[in-house]
Design a binder for this molecule. Structure first.
Ligand code: SAM
Ligand code: SF4
Length: 465
């Protein structure tokens, strides 16, 4: 029997890339690969790349520079190392990678990684293999299921892709070009995936998609199901204690999703709802197809359905033409909503997008200043939100041993890390924790004396894990 070959994957960017990396590991484990933590002793290194901002793209080329040295070292010791570039940079710049980086053996776009074994075989003949077409077939139909030991090793929280691609064409964004048109997976396949995860100890499922609430997959009745109906179905699966979904677009929040938040205790009251800007003029230039008022109405609908709901968001500062007044409107909107967390980015022109052609650019100094102010505001909102937990008893899903000996760490409904001193037996359980203090972004507390699962989660807490 051949010894296993070593595979190292480095993933950049969004949660969909994290999920894709796991599926690549699952695919290649059927080819005799096992994962290794270091690139230096790997037989195959895959960079699973992100193209969303320039910085993210450029990281790939600097990493390839480092890998060239590792590949030369391997060759000197009589070992062959192959290097593959996957993900959205591969999709957008495949030919350029081949030209600029002779060290690369394989380039594979995000819709084609089920072809990795074939591409590797081609590379083993000395050819350089590139595949960045959008294939006609659905990659999910060809991807092997993860092995039970792989699921267990990945922990109690898992992502499941339910939707991919985007048809929205925001003027700043590369996703519609790198991930292709919007497609939804059928309900039955998603349910099978979730059952398999839950049977192997996963307690929290996050349904992911570039535009997850545009989900409209084929239901078990042959009709198209919206995300809310899918969430209802998944909440019935034994072992699933918590459900989340990400990332949502404000225009696709339909009634079944609101109803899911009202009706499903397992659906966590924490919604990532990017707004990008608080100025209608900039939202129009971004082609977001909603106004600030529309966004606020959506927030109100969620809040009416579930009182304890909290929000996070994405913001872009320095979009072409953004004036001081536009930026003040963004600060005003963030202040009105009051976020529990948010990501903010400096606008980065992406080749091939309409915004990259816009001339009224914002100076680097203005962008820096605006980013700092917005991040300052969001930080203070996040601290206030976290401080508000002190003195309360909150449900925590325990995930793993913390770095401090004896401590176990888990997450609250709002994804705040929470630490308690306890035995590792509690990993995989949802238990009430009395929060005593806050250390940076982490909550510290102790298991409530009556530590037992909440009624909402108890039926699942005893199964699965
Ligand atoms: N589909 C989600 C939505 O509609 O908001 C977002 C997906 S995108 C992968 C994640 C975030 O990256 C966006 O919400 C946006 O804030 C940011 N982003 C996308 N393109 C960008 C660009 N060209 N410059 C700066 N930030 C960008
Ligand atoms: Fe990009 Fe999201 Fe806009 Fe689609 S909706 S183009 S993924 S920002």
């Amino acid at each position: 029997m051949k010894p296993p070959r070593k595979l190292h994957i480095k993933s950049y960017g969004c949660q969909m890339n994290v999920y894709d990396a796991q599926r690549m590991v699952d695919t290649l484990s059927g080819e005799g690969f096992v994962e290794t933590a270091s690139a230096d002793d790997a037989d195959l290194v895959i960079l699973n790349t992100c193209h969303i901002r320039e910085k993210a793209s450029e990281k790939v080329y600097s990493e390839l520079g480092r890998l060239r040295a590792a590949k030369e070292d391997a060759a000197r010791s009589g070992r062959e190392m192959r290097i593959a570039v996957a993900g959205c940079v591969a999709q957008a710049e495949g030919e350029e990678i081949i030209r600029r980086a002779p060290v690369v053996d394989v380039v594979v776009g995000p819709q084609s990684y089920h072809h990795l074994p074939d591409l590797l075989r081609r590379a083993e003949t000395g050819a350089r293999a590139i595949e960045t077409e959008f294939p006609a077939e659905d990659k999910f139909a060809f991807l092997p299921q993860p092995r039970p030991d792989a699921i267990r090793a990945r922990g109690i929280s898992a992502f499941v892709t339910v939707q991919e691609g985007c048809d929205k064409f925001c003027t700043f964004c590369v996703v519609p070009y790198t991930r292709g048109a919007e497609v939804s997976r059928p309900v039955a396949k998603i349910v099978d995936d979730v059952k398999r995860l839950a049977d192997n100890g996963v307690r929290e499922i996050t349904l992911i998609g570039q535009n997850v609430n545009a989900y409209h997959g084929e239901g078990t009745d042959g009709r198209s199901w919206p995300l809310g109906k899918l969430l209802h179905r998944i909440a019935e699966i034994p072992g699933v204690a918590r459900l989340r979904y990400s990332t949502s677009h404000p225009n696709d929040v339909e009634e079944s999703l609101i109803a899911a938040h009202r009706d499903l205790p397992a659906l966590m009251p924490f919604v990532h709802l990017p707004v990008q800007s608080g100025s209608d003029r900039i939202l129009a230039a971004m082609n977001r197809k909603h106004t600030v008022r529309d966004y606020r109405k959506v927030i109100d609908r969620f809040r009416a359905a579930r009182q304890d709901i909290a929000f996070s968001s994405d913001f872009i500062v320095g979009f072409p033409g953004e004036t001081r007044e536009d930026f003040s409107a963004t600060l005003a909107l963030a202040t009105q909503i009051g976020y529990a967390a948010a990501y903010s980015f400096k606008y980065s022109p992406r080749p091939g997008t309409p915004a990259a052609e816009m001339r009224e650019t914002v100076s680097a100094a203005d962008m820096d200043e605006r980013l700092e102010r917005l991040q300052g505001l969001i930080d203070s909102q996040q601290s206030a939100f976290n401080k508000a937990a002190i003195g309360n008893t909150v449900d925590v899903l325990f995930e793993r041993a913390a770095r401090n000996p004896g401590q176990i760490v888990g997450r609250t409904a709002y994804l705040q890390p929470a630490h308690v001193m306890a035995s590792a037996d509690i990993i995989g359980q949802v238990l009430p924790v009395r929060i005593d203090s806050l250390e940076r972004y982490s909550l510290l507390g102790e298991l409530a004396p009556s530590a037992h699962p909440t009624p909402a989660e108890s039926s699942q807490t005893t199964t699965g894990a």
